[in-house]
Design a binder for this molecule. Structure first.
Ligand code: NA7
Length: 540
């Protein structure tokens, strides 16, 4: 338990004990700074603490989605599956926490509610729900991109007399679905991962689907001993290769148009060529066409190909039809599943297509749609997050002149390089808006950001600087660069609604929140601007 109290004046407060915050605590402490980490949960893990629903699993390889900064940790940790589950990721982060002796500087069960910049003293005053107030020169917000759960925006949710569960705050002790009539609302990654497992246990499962999912088999498997040993012997090589990729991942992960040869075009491909691609690439075939990401007609052809694959698994033609998305492929985040479509062939599973019968309200007994009433013992909401900005806008953050970050971002969520916003000196974000964050290997992304932040703080200490913030012109210039990468693409098309655009949150301004140019281009930009003399940053 940390001895640091509200009386201390700290060098830095880190918010959040997920991948980003734990590394920030380690690295800043290693650089000699006096750091305290405040964490809402009673344990470490961040997103991997809270999302403990059945089936929660990372959708890239654990050997890639893990810290690279310590070879000791790489050598001492064994992954049991190639794509680890939530419990294994949480165990990993606990192992790292203990191995690096981080726990003594973490205050658990402490939710940061407000942070105010005191211009005269040049420090942040950080308030927690415990009633404590901490003072620090710097705040490092490692608050996560998918960590502000959205309450289901459906009339009558509180009226339900059975059990209400939310995937993003699932009961830590688990939940026994056996013998229960279950509803799952939402078919994003969380719903798609949970549905096959819930279906195996529940007496009946109704899946309430508003948008059908573009999902493909994750291809997870146990990690063999020999395989793990071989990886341990060549980690430096793996990390080097990862650093050269567009997404920071080699296995699975987002397929991007950059990976696809420009002559791979579905609109001009012969039926034989398409058949061959399906035979070779399986469920990834619809994603393998260059024109699908630049030409709406080609995108429609790729969606039709995806529909053929769905119809090949799902026996009931009406159900299969409902499971085919009606929005562009490449718009929402791709999903990786384990037995999702086959689940709809089970006798105890029913798909409720909300495009045909929207939910009217939740009643004490269940869910009422425009077409009928359904009775349940438990409703599971997998309804997503206020992504990228939500964790920060839920804290009352006030910068210079008492300006609220929430108000500023309602107008336009901007951060220079995704690291800092003008008017909020010494407030750093790990994976803030305008950085690649969720578009690349998130662990690699947080390591990169923390390194920049630590270097910046060391630079300031050496040069007797007390505050840093981005120049407003530099911030606007960066935001324009981020926008230009999505303007005119499928990701920002009128028929695309995604959490990347904030369109899943009522009242959130539609704006693409991440840098989609890939990790190599992003790192190059950081090297030019940050390592090249902190261009665009103003020091005092
Ligand atoms: P997502 O991907 O935002 O999915 C949320 C799902 O919930 C999605 O299918 C939504 O439909 C649906 N939803 C949200 N509100 C409602 C209401 N009111 N009624 C019916 N359906 C609703 O969140 P996840 O947690 O699954 O995944 C987030 C990320 O975490 C994921 O991308 C991975 O990176 C890990 P919609 O699509 O908005 O029509």
């Amino acid at each position: 338990m940390t001895q640091k109290t509200q009386a201390s004046r700290l060098d830095a407060i880190v918010i959040g004990a997920g991948f980003g915050g734990l590394y920030a605590l380690y690295e800043l402490r290693r650089q000699g700074f006096d750091v305290l980490l405040l964490e809402r949960a009673p344990g470490v893990g961040g997103t991997w603490y809270w999302n403990c629903y059945p089936g929660a699993r990372v959708d890239v390889y654990g050997i890639e989605y893990s810290y690279s900064f310590s070879d000791e940790i790489q050598q001492e940790w064994d992954w049991s599956e190639v794509m680890p589950t939530q419990p294994e990721l949480e165990r990993y982060l606990n192992f790292v926490t203990d191995r690096l002796d981080l726990r003594r500087d973490i205050r658990f069960s402490t939710t940061v509610t407000a942070a105010r910049f005191d211009e005269e003293a040049g420090v942040w005053s950080v308030e927690a729900d415990t009633g404590e107030r901490f003072t620090a020169q710097f705040v490092v917000a490692a608050t996560g991109c998918l960590s502000a759960p959205l309450a289901p925006n459906i009339r009558g949710v509180e009226a339900f007399s059975g059990d209400t569960l939310i995937t993003s705050t699932f009961p830590r002790e688990g939940y026994d679905f056996r013998g229960k009539r279950v509803a799952v609302v939402g078919t994003g990654s969380s719903g798609v991962q949970a549905i096959p497992i819930v279906a195996e246990q529940a007496s009946s499962l109704h899946v309430f689907q508003r948008s059908a999912a573009f999902t493909r088999p994750a291809g997870n498997r146990p990690m063999g001993r020999d395989e793990m040993d071989a990886i341990k012997a060549s980690y430096p090589d793996l990390r080097r290769r990862l650093a050269e990729t567009f997404t920071g991942t080699i296995h699975v992960g987002a397929i991007t148009v950059e990976d696809i040869p420009t002559d791979e075009r579905i609109l001009t491909a012969s039926p034989e060529k398409i058949r061959r691609k399906v035979a070779e690439d399986g469920w990834s075939a619809p994603w393998g066409w260059y024109d699908a990401f630049v030409d709406p007609a080609a995108n429609k052809a790729a969606v039709a190909l995806y529909g053929d694959l769905v119809r090949g698994v799902v026996q009931d033609p009406d159900v299969a039809e409902s499971l085919v998305p009606t929005y562009p492929l490449g718009c929402k985040r791709p999903i990786y599943d384990t037995g999702y479509f086959a689940t709809f062939n089970r006798d105890n599973v029913t798909l409720v297509d909300l495009r045909k019968e929207p939910i009217d309200r939740v009643t004490p007994d269940g869910i009422e749609t425009a077409a009928q009433k359904y009775n349940f013992d438990v409703i599971v909401y997998a309804t997503g997050f206020d992504a990228i900005t939500g964790a920060l806008t839920r804290i009352d953050i006030r910068g210079r002149d008492d300006v609220s970050l929430k108000a500023r971002w309602l107008d336009d969520a901007r951060a220079y390089l995704g690291l800092q916003s003008h008017g909020f000196p010494n407030l750093f974000m790990v994976n803030g808006p305008g950085s690649p964050s969720v578009h690349i290997n998130v662990v690699a992304a947080v390591e990169h950001h923390v390194q920049i932040i630590a270097d910046l703080m060391v630079h300031m200490a050496k040069n007797d600087k007390t505050t840093v913030e981005p120049d407003v012109e530099a911030e606007i210039g960066w935001a324009e660069r981020v926008d230009s990468l999505v303007t005119g693409t499928i990701r920002a098309s009128d028929d695309c609604n995604s959490w990347y655009l904030g369109s899943n949150v009522a009242g959130k301004r539609r704006k693409y929140l991440t840098f989609v140019g890939g990790q190599v281009a992003y790192r190059q930009a950081c090297d030019e601007l940050v390592n090249g003399g902190y261009i665009g940053f103003v020091f005092d």
